[in-house]
Design a protein. Structure first.
Length: 470
């Protein structure tokens, strides 16, 4: 019986091979479903490479022009949905080059002069992450703006501030929201730092050792918007620090997003009812008609685990790799791409929730009547007016709180005589310190919760964000 003929070897690298790969090898080796997302970066980098080859007389200017024009056609075909990627060609690089060969013939074979898929994918991936950072930064700016708008609206909305999720001191809701603006600013800064460090060009490192062709790496680096070429060819093809830094910054951002999402879940619960989310970002129940569930917030909280897990995934993949390129690096793209996608969705949903939410000012204000929130203000009054050491004032105030707990009343519902049982020198002026709104208004130190400070910070943030676009 005649044996079934084996597939021919891969036309891109098959000169050394007499037959094609096993089916399992074909499947484990292919990455086109992920790789095809690099098509724009791959074509952009290939055009820069072809232009440089032509300028350096490594290939003719005629061939360079044919390659560049052909690549433009390939790009249009991809974007119009007229080019179908095939797994047999493994990755985006081979798919693009194969189609280019169909379009322009022999000159396409000159494109891969003085480069390897190793430096090619390293360059494409850097470009993709760099573009992702730029997109995320703009989205984060919109989220910051939504928070700033709400902070301005609620600059004088009084609510309980918490430590250990226990009522602590009166704060303004605007001040609370601005805390997340600060967190997001640090997130944006981390992405910016990562972007600056990754902005070196691997192209020209070839497989691992550089090339004997007289290439001009500075030209391709500048054409692609990099600051400089990478200085070591081994490092250039094997480095994925840029992806790890991206995922690290993404992980911290996802933690901040999850914390805000958790607060929205708490604030919308029946025990709090501090805010109400719009119908656009909540869902109902299939059985309980009264429900309005904060599902968008809960999903953001849940998705943060995927982001953090992706960072761990990449770190574990990288930790045992010797120099230079190893096929394990193929597995570094998917986690970063998935994280970029999910972060974008998380930020968009959070921006919508924050933009649409309505604060229940009366509910928040009423909540400041419990928990003895002005106890610290009473202690401060004792220090200021009776020249009492703070530790003693703390002890005295604790005794007064105990009386109020026993009576089941607020501090301002105690009589002056009852307070004087603990500290005889207390005067009726002490009651002025027990008003939650007054307590919040008094916190005028830089970074404090007073409405005046909130308005200053809102103004500062508006100027800062407006200045970024100039």
């Amino acid at each position: 019986m005649k044996k079934k003929a084996k597939k021919s070897s891969n036309p891109m690298w098959g000169g050394h091979y007499a037959s094609g790969p096993a089916e399992a090898m074909q499947r484990i080796n292919e990455c086109i479903d992920t790789d095809k997302r690099l098509y724009l970066e791959d074509i952009t980098a290939s055009k820069a490479h072809a232009s440089m080859l032509g300028d350096c007389k490594i290939i003719s200017s005629k061939d360079a022009k044919a390659i560049i024009n052909g690549l433009d056609v390939v790009r249009k075909e991809i974007e119009n949905g007229n080019l179908q990627f095939t797994a047999e060609l493994e990755d985006v690089h081979m798919n693009v080059e194969a189609r280019l060969a169909q379009l322009i013939g022999d000159p396409a074979g000159r494109l891969h002069t003085a480069r390897s898929r190793n430096d090619q994918v390293a360059t494409d991936f850097r470009l993709w992450i760099r573009n992702a950072i730029d997109r995320l930064d703009e989205e984060l700016k919109l989220l910051q703006t939504a928070l700033i708008d709400q902070a301005e609206t609620n600059a004088d909305t009084i609510m309980p501030g918490f430590t250990h999720l226990q009522p602590a001191q009166p704060v303004t809701f605007g001040h609370h929201l601005l805390a997340y603006v600060e967190m997001l600013a640090r997130d944006r800064s981390r992405f910016s730092d990562a972007r600056a460090r990754m902005n070196e060009c691997p192209l020209g490192a070839a497989a691992l050792a550089g090339t004997s062709f007289p290439i001009n790496r500075e030209k391709t680096s500048a054409a692609l918007g990099f600051d400089r070429p990478m200085a070591n060819s081994l490092d250039a093809v094997s480095d994925r620090d840029f992806a790890m830094e991206f995922l690290s910054a993404a992980g911290i951002l996802s933690v901040h997003m999850s914390r805000l999402a958790e607060e929205l879940v708490i604030w919308t619960s029946d025990g709090f009812r501090y805010v109400r989310l719009s119908e656009s970002f909540t869902t109902g129940s299939s059985i309980m008609p009264q429900k309005r569930n904060p599902d968008a917030a809960e999903l953001i909280r849940g998705k943060s685990g995927m982001v953090i897990g992706s960072l761990t995934n990449l770190l574990v993949t990288m930790k045992g790799l010797p120099l230079a390129y190893n096929k394990d690096l193929q597995e570094t793209k998917r986690p970063a791409m998935e994280v970029a996608d999910q972060l974008s969705l998380m930020i968009s949903a959070m921006t919508g929730m924050i933009r649409d939410m309505k604060a229940d000012k009366s509910r928040m204000n009423a909540a400041t009547n419990g928990g003895f929130l002005t106890a610290t203000d009473l202690a401060d009054w004792l220090v200021i007016n009776l020249n009492m050491p703070f530790r003693k004032a703390h002890h005295v105030t604790g005794g007064i709180v105990r009386i109020a707990e026993t009576k089941g009343c607020r501090l301002d519902e105690l009589t002056l005589d009852e307070m004087r049982k603990i500290e005889p020198k207390i005067t009726k002026d002490a009651f002025k310190a027990l008003n939650p709104a007054g307590a919040a208004n008094s916190r005028k130190s830089y970074g404090g919760t007073s409405p005046s400070q909130v308005k200053k910070q809102v103004n500062n943030w508006r100027k800062s964000i407006a200045g970024e676009s100039k």
